[in-house]
Design a protein around this ligand. Structure first.
Ligand code: SF4
Length: 720
């Protein structure tokens, strides 16, 4: 084996587990990735993405010079350009001057509400902090959001309402201390593989009992004591029925409820109709399974709940997450090691981007923008005149695009996101993108959204910059530069500081807000000085090991689990709940429920994995359908099918499998050739504003091979 000339320790750029990577380098090339056995998060284990998914940084499709469109783009007539002949390479100065000129022109003409930015859950905490600071401090808008809106916004909303906090309460590895745990709405082996390894160990070596509540027969079902195969979108009913059983059989923890919660009586009354029989009729889950699950969880010594986007990506996502919170509050399975409420965060730094304030309702550290005392703190930190920061909540990702019209949002700056793959109802998203007056994309590749842009700014990959990511269990970890940037690419934080200086000059704003940083460490220090949950986190400490916030001072060791004594909200709050069905139930015309999700081999909109060797492992989208449904359609594996909803159509190959349940079909979200979000519905959860990705009605027709020519693709080119 070739020996490296250096090894750089860093953090995986894919999922929220946050595994430690060792990049083995010879010259300019990573030739191998390993992980040290002593790594706290993953103990030397890596999944296929972490071990083999790094080569996208060498892709010839990567764009490493600033580019501007040759043909001026007009609102309503904006087009996509994937071919580089439609762009001209420009200097950084020309690109940034043009961006600054156009943004200031639009801001002066139309004001703060015309400005919006998508931040990036793949970028570092420092990048995200600076991006939200720039739009808030210079354009005085809170129109700042990122893909947390599309994954766990409902979990965040529910946790804030009930407990006053947003993140996982416990450390994922504490599952080894649980005797019972629930996995619901999470295909953990595919989406958080290393956490799934720990779950398997808990079951096989420690005898823990697993309850899976999921419409799909995920791999963990093989090890589960109980599997409750509910219909998509019926979580509130199933969790409500479990609460009903716990209440009726007096399995709740009265002492915990008395000492630590409020709202119990009204909540208990609201659970009265949620009998197991009622839940069976709505959800399709055998009433005896619901009773057994309630008894098993309630009688545990240490019961934990892990959930994913099958809970949050629903129009009743907040209610679904509250249903889980109620179970923990009823039984007192929170505030101790091996218990807790654990929403498994998707992207590598979606937790950190949220913590860093890349959200429309909160400054860094979850300080609400509508409260004067919070705004005043950041005005002092950023040297802004009193009252200068906006106290108005900003628009969410989906709302930003829906408001892309005259009188609404006119300029959008996208750092590292790809709404043309990740928003619901992509035909409508395309229409919104076309309406923008000015669009900037800052990324590694020109993706489906960047192809609409006026200006493309080439950013470095994670391997070419320093900073920090925060993983799903609140652990801040170092990202270390292993390589020089390719071509003219620059780290996001440097691009933003360079742009901010130009904007300050044009806006005539005092330059004392400070956009001159020698290194990301200085950016982190500025954030942590006000966002006190990070106060004790320093780069020097992170050199040794990641730290789990809250870390209130530099002597504090970090906090593996929360709520030992109290909740940030004081008492944990119960809320009465009612069941509201999904927005678009199946009917005669569209008889199947489509649910969407991720695969082990790929990631999100695919911009990294589909440009890596991982694409060879799983090169095309597959439509999953249960054998019973397939038989009725005379459909077999590898047949081509046309799947349509009221919003669009995709054509792809079928996979007949018992991984799904009768009446429920599945399409992964990564493939532009059969983009699942052409089908999904853009109805939102009223509180969290998260779309209902996990349930919409579709029909299925057998199609011919010739139809596999991409009729529903969101781009003309078929793939990246
Ligand atoms: Fe990376 Fe997640 Fe895989 Fe770990 S489990 S190697 S963090 S993708």
């Amino acid at each position: 084996m070739t020996s490296p000339d250096r090894i750089t320790k860093t953090t995986c750029p894919y999922c929220g587990v946050g595994c430690t990577l060792e990049l083995h380098l010879r010259g300019d090339f990573i030739h191998r990735v390993t992980s040290p056995f002593e790594s706290v998060v993953n103990h030397g284990n890596l999944c296929v993405k972490g071990r083999f998914g790094y080569d996208f940084i060498y892709s010839p499709k990567r764009v490493t010079a600033p580019m501007m469109r040759k043909t001026p783009q007009r609102p309503g007539h904006r087009t996509q350009a994937f071919d580089l002949s439609e762009w001209r390479e420009v200097s950084w100065d020309e690109a940034l001057d043009h961006v600054a000129d156009r943004l200031v022109e639009i801001y002066r003409r139309d004001g703060s509400d015309a400005m919006a930015v998508y931040s990036c859950a793949k970028a570092t905490n420092e990048d995200n902090y600076l991006l939200q600071k720039l739009w808030r401090a210079l354009f005085r808008t809170n129109n700042v959001d990122h893909c947390t809106r599309l994954c766990h916004a409902a979990s965040v909303t529910a946790l804030l309402k009930s407990l006053g906090t947003t993140a996982m309460s416990n450390t994922a590895a504490e599952v080894l201390k649980s005797d019972v745990f629930i996995c619901t709405g999470t295909n953990t082996t595919e989406n958080h593989p290393i956490i799934a390894l720990q779950m398997k160990k808990a079951i096989i070596e420690r005898g823990a009992k697993l309850i899976v509540i999921d419409p799909r027969r995920i791999e963990l079902c093989d090890l589960a004591t109980l599997w409750l195969p509910l219909k998509p979108g019926t979580n509130v009913v199933v969790f409500g029925a479990m609460a009903h059983v716990i209440l009726k059989e007096k399995l709740y923890n009265q002492a915990f409820i008395d000492a630590r919660t409020e709202g119990f009586d009204a909540f208990a009354a609201s659970m009265e109709p949620f009998t197991p029989e009622y839940a069976e009729a709505i959800s399709g889950v055998d009433r005896n399974l619901i009773v057994a699950a309630a008894r098993l969880y309630a009688s545990a010594q240490n019961g934990a709940i892990f959930w994913g986007m099958g809970i949050s990506q629903l129009s009743q996502g907040t209610a679904s997450a509250l249903g889980l919170i109620h179970l923990a509050l009823l039984t007192g399975h929170i505030g101790r090691e091996g218990t807790g409420l654990n929403p498994l965060r998707g992207q590598n730094n979606v937790q950190g981007a949220s913590d860093a304030g890349a959200m429309p309702f909160h400054y860094p550290g979850y300080m609400e923008v509508v409260k004067d005392e919070n705004a005043e703190k950041w005005e002092r930190a950023w040297n802004i005149e009193p009252g200068g920061l906006s106290r108005k909540r900003g628009l969410t990702t989906t709302e930003i695009l829906a408001n892309a019209k005259p009188g609404g949002v006119r300029s959008l700056y996208i750092m590292g996101e790809n709404p043309m793959m990740t928003e619901p109802n992509l035909n409508v998203t395309r229409h919104h993108m076309e309406q923008l007056e000015f669009l900037v994309a800052q990324d590694v590749f020109i993706n489906e959204s960047g192809a609409f842009a006026d200006v493309f700014l080439p950013a470095t990959s994670w391997a070419e910059k320093d900073g920090t990511f925060t993983n799903t269990d609140r652990r801040v970890q170092r990202v270390r530069k292993a390589l020089e940037p390719r071509g003219q690419a620059r780290p996001d934080w440097q691009i933003l500081c360079d742009l901010a200086g130009r904007l300050e000059q044009r806006l005539g704003r005092p330059s004392t807000a400070g956009w001159i940083y020698a290194k990301p460490e200085e950016v982190f220090r500025e954030m942590a000085n006000v966002a006190t949950m990070l106060k004790g986190v320093t780069y020097a400490r992170l050199e040794q090991v990641g730290l789990q916030y809250p870390v209130p001072d530099e002597d504090h060791p970090g906090t593996p689990f929360l709520f030992a004594e109290s909740f940030p909200a004081g008492r944990g709050k119960f809320f009465p709940l009612e069941y509201i069905p999904i927005a678009e139930p199946p009917d005669d015309e569209y008889p199947f429920i489509l649910t969407t999700g991720r695969l082990l081999e790929h990631w999100h909109g695919g911009s990294m994995t589909r440009n890596s060797q991982l694409d060879v492992l799983y090169p095309e989208a597959r439509f999953e359908i249960h054998p019973i449904d397939a038989a009725q359609l005379s459909l077999k594996t590898s047949d081509v099918v046309r799947v349509s909803s009221r919003r669009g159509t995709v054509v792809l190959r079928a996979n007949v499998t018992e991984k799904t349940t009768p009446g429920v079909v599945f399409i992964p979200m990564h493939f532009v050739e059969a983009a699942s979000n052409l089908l999904t519905i853009d109805v939102l959860d009223a509180q969290a504003k998260i779309p209902e990705f996990k349930a919409c009605a579709v029909n299925v027709r057998i199609a011919s091979e010739s139809e596999l020519t991409n009729p529903g693709a969101v781009t003309e080119r078929g793939r990246y």
